[in-house]
Design a binder for this molecule. Structure first.
Ligand code: PAF
Length: 291
Protein backbone atom coordinates (compact mmCIF):
# COMPACT_ATOMS: atom_id res chain seq x y z
CA UNK A 1 0.00 0.00 0.00
CA UNK A 2 1.47 3.37 -1.03
CA UNK A 3 1.95 5.60 2.00
CA UNK A 4 0.80 9.20 2.21
CA UNK A 5 3.15 11.93 1.09
CA UNK A 6 4.99 13.19 4.17
CA UNK A 7 5.64 16.94 4.23
CA UNK A 8 7.70 18.32 7.13
CA UNK A 9 7.90 21.95 6.08
CA UNK A 10 4.88 24.22 6.66
CA UNK A 11 5.67 26.43 3.61
CA UNK A 12 5.89 23.37 1.34
CA UNK A 13 2.57 22.16 2.80
CA UNK A 14 0.97 25.55 2.21
CA UNK A 15 2.11 25.50 -1.44
CA UNK A 16 0.81 21.93 -1.87
CA UNK A 17 -2.62 22.82 -0.44
CA UNK A 18 -2.85 26.15 -2.26
CA UNK A 19 -2.22 24.37 -5.57
CA UNK A 20 -4.99 21.84 -4.84
CA UNK A 21 -7.35 24.72 -4.05
CA UNK A 22 -6.30 26.64 -7.19
CA UNK A 23 -7.15 23.59 -9.30
CA UNK A 24 -10.65 23.52 -7.81
CA UNK A 25 -10.01 20.47 -5.65
CA UNK A 26 -11.84 19.44 -2.51
CA UNK A 27 -9.76 19.18 0.65
CA UNK A 28 -10.70 17.48 3.94
CA UNK A 29 -8.33 17.90 6.88
CA UNK A 30 -7.91 15.87 10.09
CA UNK A 31 -5.70 17.71 12.60
CA UNK A 32 -4.15 15.32 15.15
CA UNK A 33 -1.33 15.05 17.65
CA UNK A 34 -0.47 11.59 16.37
CA UNK A 35 -0.21 8.24 18.19
CA UNK A 36 -3.29 7.42 16.15
CA UNK A 37 -6.07 5.11 17.28
CA UNK A 38 -9.36 3.97 15.78
CA UNK A 39 -11.00 7.26 16.79
CA UNK A 40 -8.57 9.20 14.59
CA UNK A 41 -8.96 6.63 11.83
CA UNK A 42 -12.75 7.06 11.82
CA UNK A 43 -12.14 10.80 11.20
CA UNK A 44 -9.69 9.99 8.43
CA UNK A 45 -12.00 7.55 6.68
CA UNK A 46 -14.73 10.19 6.80
CA UNK A 47 -12.28 12.77 5.43
CA UNK A 48 -11.56 10.37 2.54
CA UNK A 49 -15.30 9.93 1.92
CA UNK A 50 -15.98 13.67 2.00
CA UNK A 51 -13.10 14.49 -0.35
CA UNK A 52 -14.21 11.78 -2.78
CA UNK A 53 -17.78 13.10 -2.73
CA UNK A 54 -16.63 16.05 -4.89
CA UNK A 55 -17.67 15.77 -8.55
CA UNK A 56 -15.08 13.85 -10.59
CA UNK A 57 -14.55 16.88 -12.86
CA UNK A 58 -13.30 18.91 -9.90
CA UNK A 59 -9.58 19.14 -9.16
CA UNK A 60 -7.66 16.88 -6.77
CA UNK A 61 -9.72 15.27 -4.01
CA UNK A 62 -7.48 15.32 -1.01
CA UNK A 63 -7.86 13.75 2.41
CA UNK A 64 -5.14 15.31 4.55
CA UNK A 65 -3.93 14.91 8.12
CA UNK A 66 -1.56 16.80 10.35
CA UNK A 67 0.48 15.22 13.11
CA UNK A 68 1.87 17.77 15.52
CA UNK A 69 2.23 17.56 19.29
CA UNK A 70 1.44 21.21 19.90
CA UNK A 71 3.58 22.55 22.76
CA UNK A 72 1.35 25.61 23.13
CA UNK A 73 -1.57 23.59 24.47
CA UNK A 74 0.39 21.89 27.30
CA UNK A 75 0.85 23.51 30.69
CA UNK A 76 4.32 23.62 32.28
CA UNK A 77 3.58 20.61 34.49
CA UNK A 78 1.76 18.58 31.84
CA UNK A 79 2.88 15.64 29.72
CA UNK A 80 4.39 17.35 26.64
CA UNK A 81 7.76 15.59 26.96
CA UNK A 82 6.30 12.12 27.40
CA UNK A 83 3.28 12.46 25.09
CA UNK A 84 3.40 9.23 23.02
CA UNK A 85 4.81 9.55 19.50
CA UNK A 86 5.11 7.02 16.65
CA UNK A 87 5.41 8.74 13.28
CA UNK A 88 6.18 5.58 11.27
CA UNK A 89 3.25 3.70 12.80
CA UNK A 90 1.01 6.73 12.26
CA UNK A 91 1.93 7.00 8.58
CA UNK A 92 1.03 3.34 8.05
CA UNK A 93 -2.34 3.97 9.75
CA UNK A 94 -2.93 7.09 7.64
CA UNK A 95 -2.24 4.99 4.54
CA UNK A 96 -4.79 2.39 5.65
CA UNK A 97 -7.40 5.15 6.08
CA UNK A 98 -6.77 6.60 2.62
CA UNK A 99 -4.94 9.78 3.62
CA UNK A 100 -3.08 11.40 0.71
CA UNK A 101 -0.61 13.61 2.57
CA UNK A 102 0.51 14.29 6.12
CA UNK A 103 1.98 17.47 7.56
CA UNK A 104 4.37 16.65 10.44
CA UNK A 105 6.26 19.84 11.21
CA UNK A 106 8.87 20.60 13.86
CA UNK A 107 7.75 22.92 16.68
CA UNK A 108 10.29 25.57 15.62
CA UNK A 109 8.68 25.71 12.19
CA UNK A 110 5.19 26.23 13.64
CA UNK A 111 6.30 28.66 16.38
CA UNK A 112 9.22 30.79 15.29
CA UNK A 113 11.38 32.11 18.14
CA UNK A 114 9.59 35.48 18.25
CA UNK A 115 6.05 34.08 17.89
CA UNK A 116 3.70 36.53 19.59
CA UNK A 117 0.19 36.14 18.15
CA UNK A 118 -2.43 34.06 19.92
CA UNK A 119 -6.11 33.28 19.53
CA UNK A 120 -8.21 33.75 22.67
CA UNK A 121 -11.74 32.32 22.53
CA UNK A 122 -14.12 33.62 25.23
CA UNK A 123 -16.56 31.99 27.63
CA UNK A 124 -16.82 28.66 25.79
CA UNK A 125 -13.11 28.11 26.52
CA UNK A 126 -13.16 29.25 30.13
CA UNK A 127 -14.89 26.55 32.21
CA UNK A 128 -14.37 22.78 32.38
CA UNK A 129 -10.94 21.90 30.89
CA UNK A 130 -10.28 25.60 30.35
CA UNK A 131 -10.47 26.15 34.12
CA UNK A 132 -8.23 23.19 34.98
CA UNK A 133 -5.76 23.75 32.15
CA UNK A 134 -5.14 27.50 31.86
CA UNK A 135 -3.89 28.46 28.39
CA UNK A 136 -4.84 25.09 26.90
CA UNK A 137 -7.53 26.37 24.54
CA UNK A 138 -5.47 29.40 23.58
CA UNK A 139 -2.87 26.92 22.34
CA UNK A 140 -5.49 24.75 20.62
CA UNK A 141 -7.24 27.67 18.90
CA UNK A 142 -3.95 29.16 17.75
CA UNK A 143 -2.61 25.95 16.23
CA UNK A 144 -5.95 25.04 14.66
CA UNK A 145 -6.19 28.49 13.06
CA UNK A 146 -2.65 28.08 11.73
CA UNK A 147 -3.42 24.60 10.37
CA UNK A 148 -6.60 25.88 8.70
CA UNK A 149 -4.69 28.76 7.09
CA UNK A 150 -1.89 26.49 5.95
CA UNK A 151 -4.21 23.80 4.55
CA UNK A 152 -7.23 25.81 3.27
CA UNK A 153 -9.56 22.81 3.72
CA UNK A 154 -13.22 22.77 2.71
CA UNK A 155 -13.93 20.68 5.79
CA UNK A 156 -11.98 19.87 8.96
CA UNK A 157 -12.89 16.97 11.24
CA UNK A 158 -12.58 16.76 15.03
CA UNK A 159 -13.56 14.05 17.50
CA UNK A 160 -16.45 14.64 19.88
CA UNK A 161 -14.45 13.16 22.75
CA UNK A 162 -12.90 16.62 23.07
CA UNK A 163 -16.37 18.17 23.13
CA UNK A 164 -15.22 21.49 24.57
CA UNK A 165 -12.41 21.70 22.01
CA UNK A 166 -14.96 21.14 19.24
CA UNK A 167 -17.12 24.02 20.54
CA UNK A 168 -14.05 26.26 20.91
CA UNK A 169 -13.06 25.55 17.29
CA UNK A 170 -16.62 26.09 16.04
CA UNK A 171 -16.84 29.39 17.93
CA UNK A 172 -13.51 30.58 16.56
CA UNK A 173 -14.50 29.65 12.99
CA UNK A 174 -17.81 31.49 13.38
CA UNK A 175 -16.33 34.59 15.02
CA UNK A 176 -13.41 34.92 12.61
CA UNK A 177 -15.50 34.18 9.50
CA UNK A 178 -13.33 31.26 8.42
CA UNK A 179 -14.51 29.60 5.23
CA UNK A 180 -14.41 26.00 6.44
CA UNK A 181 -16.97 23.45 7.61
CA UNK A 182 -16.20 21.95 11.01
CA UNK A 183 -17.46 18.41 11.37
CA UNK A 184 -17.64 16.62 14.73
CA UNK A 185 -17.34 12.85 14.71
CA UNK A 186 -18.78 10.44 17.33
CA UNK A 187 -16.59 9.08 20.11
CA UNK A 188 -15.14 5.64 19.40
CA UNK A 189 -15.15 3.36 22.45
CA UNK A 190 -13.55 0.09 23.41
CA UNK A 191 -16.11 -2.74 23.75
CA UNK A 192 -16.10 -2.16 27.54
CA UNK A 193 -16.97 1.54 27.13
CA UNK A 194 -13.58 3.26 27.54
CA UNK A 195 -13.36 6.20 25.13
CA UNK A 196 -10.32 5.87 22.87
CA UNK A 197 -7.55 8.35 23.68
CA UNK A 198 -3.84 8.47 22.97
CA UNK A 199 -3.40 9.01 26.72
CA UNK A 200 -4.91 5.58 27.47
CA UNK A 201 -1.39 4.34 26.67
CA UNK A 202 -0.28 5.74 30.06
CA UNK A 203 -2.71 3.56 32.05
CA UNK A 204 -1.59 0.51 34.00
CA UNK A 205 -4.03 -2.43 33.77
CA UNK A 206 -5.38 -1.51 37.20
CA UNK A 207 -5.82 2.19 36.28
CA UNK A 208 -7.47 1.18 33.02
CA UNK A 209 -10.06 -0.88 34.83
CA UNK A 210 -10.75 2.02 37.23
CA UNK A 211 -10.99 4.39 34.23
CA UNK A 212 -14.07 2.48 33.03
CA UNK A 213 -15.94 4.44 35.70
CA UNK A 214 -15.96 7.51 33.42
CA UNK A 215 -18.16 5.90 30.78
CA UNK A 216 -20.10 4.01 33.48
CA UNK A 217 -20.93 7.31 35.20
CA UNK A 218 -22.05 8.86 31.91
CA UNK A 219 -24.15 5.92 30.76
CA UNK A 220 -25.67 5.67 34.24
CA UNK A 221 -26.69 9.35 34.08
CA UNK A 222 -28.08 8.86 30.59
CA UNK A 223 -30.23 5.95 31.80
CA UNK A 224 -31.50 7.92 34.81
CA UNK A 225 -32.32 10.87 32.56
CA UNK A 226 -34.15 8.50 30.20
CA UNK A 227 -36.21 7.32 33.19
CA UNK A 228 -37.25 10.93 33.83
CA UNK A 229 -34.62 12.40 36.18
CA UNK A 230 -34.14 15.99 35.00
CA UNK A 231 -32.41 17.50 38.04
CA UNK A 232 -28.84 18.18 36.92
CA UNK A 233 -27.62 18.29 40.53
CA UNK A 234 -28.94 14.77 41.22
CA UNK A 235 -27.46 13.41 37.98
CA UNK A 236 -24.10 15.01 38.72
CA UNK A 237 -24.04 13.74 42.30
CA UNK A 238 -24.67 10.16 41.22
CA UNK A 239 -22.00 10.34 38.50
CA UNK A 240 -19.51 11.74 41.00
CA UNK A 241 -20.33 8.89 43.38
CA UNK A 242 -19.49 6.36 40.64
CA UNK A 243 -16.16 8.08 39.93
CA UNK A 244 -15.28 8.37 43.63
CA UNK A 245 -16.18 4.72 44.24
CA UNK A 246 -13.72 3.69 41.53
CA UNK A 247 -10.94 5.64 43.27
CA UNK A 248 -10.64 8.28 40.56
CA UNK A 249 -9.74 11.86 41.48
CA UNK A 250 -12.55 13.93 39.99
CA UNK A 251 -11.68 17.16 38.20
CA UNK A 252 -15.23 18.03 37.15
CA UNK A 253 -18.65 16.56 36.48
CA UNK A 254 -20.91 19.01 34.64
CA UNK A 255 -24.11 19.09 32.65
CA UNK A 256 -24.07 21.90 30.13
CA UNK A 257 -25.77 23.38 27.11
CA UNK A 258 -24.11 21.54 24.23
CA UNK A 259 -22.92 24.67 22.38
CA UNK A 260 -22.48 27.45 24.94
CA UNK A 261 -21.23 24.97 27.57
CA UNK A 262 -23.05 26.95 30.24
CA UNK A 263 -24.07 24.71 33.17
CA UNK A 264 -27.78 23.87 33.26
CA UNK A 265 -29.97 23.12 36.29
CA UNK A 266 -32.38 20.92 34.39
CA UNK A 267 -31.12 18.39 31.88
CA UNK A 268 -32.95 18.96 28.60
CA UNK A 269 -32.74 16.66 25.57
CA UNK A 270 -29.31 17.31 24.05
CA UNK A 271 -27.77 18.66 27.26
CA UNK A 272 -24.28 17.26 27.48
CA UNK A 273 -22.69 15.65 30.51
CA UNK A 274 -18.93 16.08 30.62
CA UNK A 275 -16.52 14.45 33.06
CA UNK A 276 -12.80 14.75 33.73
CA UNK A 277 -10.96 12.63 36.27
CA UNK A 278 -7.50 11.33 37.07
CA UNK A 279 -6.66 7.63 37.04
CA UNK A 280 -3.33 7.79 38.82
CA UNK A 281 -1.46 10.63 37.14
CA UNK A 282 -3.43 10.38 33.90
CA UNK A 283 -6.18 12.90 33.28
CA UNK A 284 -9.03 11.46 31.22
CA UNK A 285 -12.11 13.13 29.77
CA UNK A 286 -15.37 11.80 28.36
CA UNK A 287 -18.85 13.09 27.56
CA UNK A 288 -22.30 12.01 26.44
CA UNK A 289 -25.52 13.63 25.20
CA UNK A 290 -28.42 13.17 27.62
CA UNK A 291 -31.71 11.95 26.16
O1 PAF B 1 -7.35 17.05 19.48
C1 PAF B 1 -6.15 17.14 19.21
O2 PAF B 1 -5.49 16.17 18.88
C2 PAF B 1 -5.46 18.49 19.29
O3 PAF B 1 -5.96 19.24 20.33
C3 PAF B 1 -5.52 19.29 17.97
C4 PAF B 1 -6.96 19.63 17.56
C5 PAF B 1 -4.87 18.48 16.86
C6 PAF B 1 -4.76 20.60 18.11
O4 PAF B 1 -3.43 20.37 18.47
Amino acid sequence: MAGPELIRDTRAWQAYCREARRRGGRVALVPTMGFLHQGHLSLMREARRLADAAPPAAGPRLALASIFVNPAQFGPREDLARYPRDLDGDLAKCASAGIDAVLAPEPADVYRPDHQSWVEVGSVAEGLCGASRPGHFRGVATVVLKLLHLSLPDVALFGEKDWQQLQVVRTMVRDLDLDVEIRGMPIVREPDGLALSSRNAYLSPEERSRALALSRALFGARDRAARGERDAGALRAEARRVLDAAGLRVDYVEIVHPETLRPVERAEPGSRMLVAAFAGATRLIDNLALP
